[in-house]
Design a binder for this molecule. Structure first.
Ligand code: TMP
Length: 254
Protein backbone atom coordinates (compact mmCIF):
# COMPACT_ATOMS: atom_id res chain seq x y z
CA UNK A 1 0.00 0.00 0.00
CA UNK A 2 1.06 3.52 -0.65
CA UNK A 3 1.84 5.51 2.44
CA UNK A 4 3.25 8.58 0.71
CA UNK A 5 1.45 11.83 1.17
CA UNK A 6 -0.78 12.71 -1.74
CA UNK A 7 -0.36 16.35 -2.76
CA UNK A 8 -2.90 16.42 -5.59
CA UNK A 9 -4.95 13.99 -7.64
CA UNK A 10 -5.94 14.91 -11.17
CA UNK A 11 -7.85 13.00 -13.83
CA UNK A 12 -4.86 11.15 -15.25
CA UNK A 13 -2.09 11.66 -12.70
CA UNK A 14 -1.37 11.78 -8.97
CA UNK A 15 1.28 13.98 -7.38
CA UNK A 16 2.93 12.58 -4.24
CA UNK A 17 5.40 14.11 -1.86
CA UNK A 18 8.95 13.38 -3.07
CA UNK A 19 11.91 11.87 -1.19
CA UNK A 20 13.55 15.26 -0.64
CA UNK A 21 12.28 18.77 0.03
CA UNK A 22 11.51 20.49 -3.23
CA UNK A 23 10.63 17.26 -5.06
CA UNK A 24 7.40 15.50 -5.94
CA UNK A 25 6.61 12.18 -7.56
CA UNK A 26 4.30 12.24 -10.58
CA UNK A 27 2.31 9.00 -11.02
CA UNK A 28 0.63 8.25 -14.38
CA UNK A 29 -2.76 6.54 -14.08
CA UNK A 30 -4.55 4.46 -16.70
CA UNK A 31 -7.66 6.60 -16.23
CA UNK A 32 -8.68 8.25 -19.46
CA UNK A 33 -11.18 11.09 -19.50
CA UNK A 34 -12.70 13.47 -22.00
CA UNK A 35 -15.19 16.33 -21.95
CA UNK A 36 -14.19 17.30 -18.43
CA UNK A 37 -14.48 13.72 -17.19
CA UNK A 38 -18.05 13.25 -18.40
CA UNK A 39 -16.54 10.34 -20.33
CA UNK A 40 -14.23 8.04 -18.37
CA UNK A 41 -12.50 4.71 -18.87
CA UNK A 42 -9.53 2.86 -17.48
CA UNK A 43 -7.32 1.81 -20.38
CA UNK A 44 -4.66 -0.62 -19.25
CA UNK A 45 -1.15 0.35 -20.23
CA UNK A 46 -1.86 3.99 -21.08
CA UNK A 47 -0.13 5.42 -17.99
CA UNK A 48 3.05 3.47 -18.65
CA UNK A 49 3.21 4.74 -22.22
CA UNK A 50 2.56 8.38 -21.29
CA UNK A 51 5.24 8.19 -18.60
CA UNK A 52 7.80 7.06 -21.19
CA UNK A 53 6.69 9.43 -23.96
CA UNK A 54 6.58 12.45 -21.66
CA UNK A 55 9.98 11.54 -20.18
CA UNK A 56 11.43 11.43 -23.69
CA UNK A 57 9.92 14.78 -24.72
CA UNK A 58 10.89 16.60 -21.51
CA UNK A 59 14.46 15.23 -21.69
CA UNK A 60 14.82 16.37 -25.29
CA UNK A 61 13.47 19.82 -24.38
CA UNK A 62 15.91 20.09 -21.45
CA UNK A 63 18.73 19.39 -23.89
CA UNK A 64 17.83 22.47 -25.94
CA UNK A 65 17.68 24.60 -22.80
CA UNK A 66 13.96 24.65 -21.98
CA UNK A 67 13.64 24.52 -18.19
CA UNK A 68 11.23 21.79 -17.02
CA UNK A 69 10.10 20.19 -13.77
CA UNK A 70 11.43 16.80 -14.90
CA UNK A 71 14.30 15.20 -12.94
CA UNK A 72 14.18 11.49 -13.83
CA UNK A 73 11.89 8.55 -14.44
CA UNK A 74 11.74 6.30 -11.38
CA UNK A 75 9.84 3.29 -12.69
CA UNK A 76 7.11 2.25 -15.13
CA UNK A 77 4.57 4.75 -13.80
CA UNK A 78 6.46 7.38 -11.85
CA UNK A 79 8.75 10.34 -12.40
CA UNK A 80 10.72 12.38 -9.91
CA UNK A 81 9.98 16.05 -10.53
CA UNK A 82 10.82 19.41 -9.01
CA UNK A 83 8.04 20.74 -6.81
CA UNK A 84 6.49 23.67 -8.65
CA UNK A 85 3.50 25.90 -8.12
CA UNK A 86 1.30 25.34 -11.14
CA UNK A 87 0.26 28.49 -12.98
CA UNK A 88 -3.50 27.92 -13.48
CA UNK A 89 -3.41 28.13 -17.28
CA UNK A 90 -3.65 25.56 -20.05
CA UNK A 91 -1.51 26.86 -22.88
CA UNK A 92 -2.61 25.40 -26.22
CA UNK A 93 -0.53 25.77 -29.37
CA UNK A 94 -2.13 24.94 -32.73
CA UNK A 95 -0.59 24.40 -36.15
CA UNK A 96 -3.57 22.82 -37.91
CA UNK A 97 -7.32 23.35 -37.43
CA UNK A 98 -8.85 20.61 -35.26
CA UNK A 99 -10.91 20.07 -32.13
CA UNK A 100 -12.51 23.05 -30.45
CA UNK A 101 -10.90 25.57 -32.84
CA UNK A 102 -12.36 23.86 -35.91
CA UNK A 103 -15.73 23.68 -34.17
CA UNK A 104 -15.74 27.28 -32.90
CA UNK A 105 -14.94 28.83 -36.26
CA UNK A 106 -16.51 26.25 -38.55
CA UNK A 107 -13.17 25.25 -40.06
CA UNK A 108 -12.48 22.00 -41.81
CA UNK A 109 -10.38 19.72 -39.64
CA UNK A 110 -6.90 19.34 -41.12
CA UNK A 111 -6.62 22.82 -42.60
CA UNK A 112 -3.12 24.15 -41.91
CA UNK A 113 -3.34 27.46 -40.06
CA UNK A 114 -1.65 30.40 -41.80
CA UNK A 115 -0.11 31.33 -38.47
CA UNK A 116 0.59 29.30 -35.33
CA UNK A 117 -2.11 30.08 -32.79
CA UNK A 118 -1.51 30.21 -29.03
CA UNK A 119 -4.54 30.12 -26.74
CA UNK A 120 -4.97 30.26 -22.99
CA UNK A 121 -7.58 28.47 -20.91
CA UNK A 122 -8.15 29.08 -17.21
CA UNK A 123 -7.52 25.76 -15.45
CA UNK A 124 -10.66 25.32 -13.42
CA UNK A 125 -12.69 22.13 -13.84
CA UNK A 126 -15.76 23.57 -12.10
CA UNK A 127 -15.92 26.23 -14.85
CA UNK A 128 -15.05 23.80 -17.66
CA UNK A 129 -11.64 25.44 -18.30
CA UNK A 130 -12.92 28.57 -20.07
CA UNK A 131 -10.83 30.21 -22.78
CA UNK A 132 -9.29 33.47 -21.55
CA UNK A 133 -7.37 36.39 -23.01
CA UNK A 134 -4.10 37.91 -21.80
CA UNK A 135 -6.22 40.76 -20.41
CA UNK A 136 -8.08 38.32 -18.16
CA UNK A 137 -4.86 36.64 -17.06
CA UNK A 138 -3.30 39.94 -16.05
CA UNK A 139 -6.48 41.44 -14.58
CA UNK A 140 -7.07 38.43 -12.33
CA UNK A 141 -3.37 37.98 -11.54
CA UNK A 142 -3.10 34.36 -12.73
CA UNK A 143 0.32 35.27 -14.16
CA UNK A 144 2.43 38.42 -14.25
CA UNK A 145 3.30 40.20 -17.52
CA UNK A 146 6.86 38.88 -17.26
CA UNK A 147 5.67 35.30 -16.66
CA UNK A 148 3.32 35.54 -19.64
CA UNK A 149 6.16 36.74 -21.81
CA UNK A 150 8.31 33.79 -20.72
CA UNK A 151 5.43 31.36 -21.27
CA UNK A 152 4.88 32.68 -24.82
CA UNK A 153 8.59 32.46 -25.65
CA UNK A 154 8.83 28.88 -24.33
CA UNK A 155 5.58 27.84 -26.03
CA UNK A 156 6.72 28.97 -29.47
CA UNK A 157 10.14 27.39 -29.10
CA UNK A 158 8.69 24.11 -27.79
CA UNK A 159 6.25 24.00 -30.69
CA UNK A 160 8.98 24.54 -33.27
CA UNK A 161 11.22 21.91 -31.73
CA UNK A 162 8.48 19.30 -31.22
CA UNK A 163 7.03 19.84 -34.71
CA UNK A 164 10.43 18.88 -36.11
CA UNK A 165 10.90 16.01 -33.70
CA UNK A 166 7.55 14.45 -34.65
CA UNK A 167 8.04 15.20 -38.35
CA UNK A 168 11.16 13.05 -38.18
CA UNK A 169 8.94 10.23 -36.92
CA UNK A 170 6.39 10.69 -39.71
CA UNK A 171 3.92 12.39 -37.35
CA UNK A 172 2.23 15.78 -37.71
CA UNK A 173 1.97 17.80 -34.49
CA UNK A 174 -1.50 19.28 -34.98
CA UNK A 175 -1.88 20.92 -31.56
CA UNK A 176 -0.93 20.35 -27.94
CA UNK A 177 -1.49 21.63 -24.42
CA UNK A 178 1.14 22.70 -21.91
CA UNK A 179 1.18 23.76 -18.29
CA UNK A 180 3.87 25.83 -16.64
CA UNK A 181 4.90 26.20 -13.02
CA UNK A 182 6.90 28.46 -10.75
CA UNK A 183 10.06 26.89 -9.40
CA UNK A 184 12.04 28.53 -6.62
CA UNK A 185 15.75 28.10 -6.11
CA UNK A 186 16.85 30.11 -3.07
CA UNK A 187 15.22 33.48 -3.76
CA UNK A 188 15.09 33.09 -7.52
CA UNK A 189 11.91 32.11 -9.32
CA UNK A 190 11.87 30.50 -12.73
CA UNK A 191 8.95 29.60 -15.01
CA UNK A 192 9.34 25.96 -16.05
CA UNK A 193 7.42 23.52 -18.24
CA UNK A 194 5.40 21.18 -15.98
CA UNK A 195 2.73 18.45 -16.16
CA UNK A 196 3.18 16.18 -19.21
CA UNK A 197 3.31 16.23 -22.98
CA UNK A 198 1.92 12.98 -24.35
CA UNK A 199 -0.73 11.70 -26.77
CA UNK A 200 -3.23 12.54 -23.99
CA UNK A 201 -2.45 16.25 -24.36
CA UNK A 202 -1.57 16.54 -28.06
CA UNK A 203 -3.08 15.75 -31.44
CA UNK A 204 -0.69 13.57 -33.41
CA UNK A 205 -1.55 12.47 -36.94
CA UNK A 206 0.27 9.93 -39.06
CA UNK A 207 1.73 11.94 -41.97
CA UNK A 208 1.06 9.18 -44.50
CA UNK A 209 -2.39 7.95 -43.57
CA UNK A 210 -3.78 10.80 -41.46
CA UNK A 211 -4.55 8.25 -38.72
CA UNK A 212 -5.05 9.73 -35.28
CA UNK A 213 -2.40 8.57 -32.82
CA UNK A 214 -3.74 10.41 -29.75
CA UNK A 215 -6.60 10.74 -27.27
CA UNK A 216 -9.08 11.60 -30.02
CA UNK A 217 -9.20 7.79 -30.45
CA UNK A 218 -11.00 7.75 -27.09
CA UNK A 219 -12.93 11.03 -27.50
CA UNK A 220 -14.31 9.86 -30.84
CA UNK A 221 -14.72 6.15 -29.95
CA UNK A 222 -12.24 5.06 -32.60
CA UNK A 223 -10.68 2.32 -30.44
CA UNK A 224 -7.05 1.20 -30.49
CA UNK A 225 -5.77 3.86 -28.12
CA UNK A 226 -2.97 1.82 -26.57
CA UNK A 227 -1.84 0.58 -29.99
CA UNK A 228 -1.71 4.19 -31.23
CA UNK A 229 0.31 5.39 -28.22
CA UNK A 230 2.62 2.38 -28.69
CA UNK A 231 3.11 3.40 -32.30
CA UNK A 232 4.10 6.92 -31.22
CA UNK A 233 6.57 5.49 -28.68
CA UNK A 234 7.99 3.04 -31.21
CA UNK A 235 8.47 5.73 -33.84
CA UNK A 236 10.22 8.00 -31.37
CA UNK A 237 12.55 5.07 -30.68
CA UNK A 238 11.44 4.75 -27.06
CA UNK A 239 10.18 1.17 -26.90
CA UNK A 240 12.75 -1.58 -27.04
CA UNK A 241 12.11 -4.28 -29.58
CA UNK A 242 11.12 -6.74 -26.86
CA UNK A 243 8.56 -4.29 -25.50
CA UNK A 244 6.66 -3.87 -28.75
CA UNK A 245 3.61 -6.07 -29.04
CA UNK A 246 4.35 -9.33 -30.75
CA UNK A 247 2.26 -9.52 -33.85
CA UNK A 248 3.55 -12.87 -35.06
CA UNK A 249 4.42 -16.02 -33.19
CA UNK A 250 8.14 -16.52 -32.74
CA UNK A 251 9.65 -18.43 -35.61
CA UNK A 252 12.27 -21.02 -34.89
CA UNK A 253 15.53 -20.09 -36.58
CA UNK A 254 17.29 -23.13 -38.01
P1 TMP B 1 -9.20 21.35 -28.02
O1 TMP B 1 -9.16 21.38 -29.52
O2 TMP B 1 -10.20 20.39 -27.46
O3 TMP B 1 -9.33 22.73 -27.44
O4 TMP B 1 -7.77 20.80 -27.55
C1 TMP B 1 -6.57 21.39 -27.93
C2 TMP B 1 -5.39 20.55 -27.46
O5 TMP B 1 -5.29 20.56 -26.05
C3 TMP B 1 -5.48 19.09 -27.87
O6 TMP B 1 -4.19 18.66 -28.29
C4 TMP B 1 -5.89 18.37 -26.63
C5 TMP B 1 -5.38 19.23 -25.52
N1 TMP B 1 -6.27 19.27 -24.38
C6 TMP B 1 -5.82 18.82 -23.14
O7 TMP B 1 -4.68 18.37 -23.01
N2 TMP B 1 -6.67 18.91 -22.08
C7 TMP B 1 -7.92 19.42 -22.16
O8 TMP B 1 -8.62 19.47 -21.17
C8 TMP B 1 -8.37 19.87 -23.46
C9 TMP B 1 -9.76 20.43 -23.61
C10 TMP B 1 -7.51 19.78 -24.51
Amino acid sequence: MNRRRRIYEGKAKIIFEGPETGTYIQFFKDDTTAFNARKHAVIEGKGVLNNRISEYIFSRLERIGIPTHFIKRLNMREQLIHAVEIIPLEVVVRNVAAGSLAKRFGLEEGMPLPHTVVEFYYKKDSLNDPMVSEEHILAFGWATPQELEEIMAHAVRINDFLSGLFLGAGIQLVDFKMEFGRMWENDMMQVVLADEISPDSARLWDMQTGNKLDKDRFRQDLGGLVEAYQEVARRLGILNENETPRLKRPVLVK
